[in-house]
Unconditional design. Sequence first.
Length: 259
Amino acid sequence: MSTTICQVMGFIVSSLGVAGCMVSTAMDMWSTQDLYDNPVTAVFQYQGLWRSCVRQSSGFTECRPYFTILGLPAMFQAVRALMIVGIVLGILGLFVCIFALKCIHIGSMEDSAKANMTLTSGIMFIVAGLCAITGVSVFANMLVTNFWMSTTNMYQGMQNVQNRYTFGSALFVGWVAGGLTLVGGIMMCLACRGLIPEESRYKAVSYNASGRNISYRTGPYKVGSGYEPEAKARKGAGYEEAARSEDGRRSYPSKHDYV
């Protein structure tokens, strides 16, 4: 029962995490304009992984997608790739996890196959969560670096060179979603450990017979005298083991050898 609960909880948590990764990747507020020094502004800018947007004070918002790929920074493209890989692995893990649930019976699938599928989905969720957390952290590091560079330029008198950007809401959604996916993958791996002992408990025991394995056959029983085979065997053994003595004479078995 505990294994089933762990599987179901891992599936639910991982599903929420994968959905959060998809929402975070599609959001436009990965970086927002810092309004600390200028709280009242006519234009508010924010950027995402796929487009940049400008919101005016009148409420009108205009978004412009990035029409280039090679013109974007390498770290920016790496963040895109990490988020996409995390989403793809998460979706594949969900499909595998559905068939691996112990409460769902599909044909004559054994518990050993469900254990292997549970472990596979758990590993997929763990890798997907790590990809999402790594991608969001890399983007946050880029924001911190650009923020302090912009702050240095502002203190040097170049206030109108560029705007400062800070963390957007998509970053926090991505961190939480990656953590949920990672926790769901760990729960699936723990559920796999609960399935394996029950299956291997009977396979590890071997039964060996204490005596010789004697097979009995039904049929007529032939009665023999009991002397002829034994006498032939003894006679052959007695004459074949005769050894030549030191003076060249051949020694023959005595009458005691036939007793």
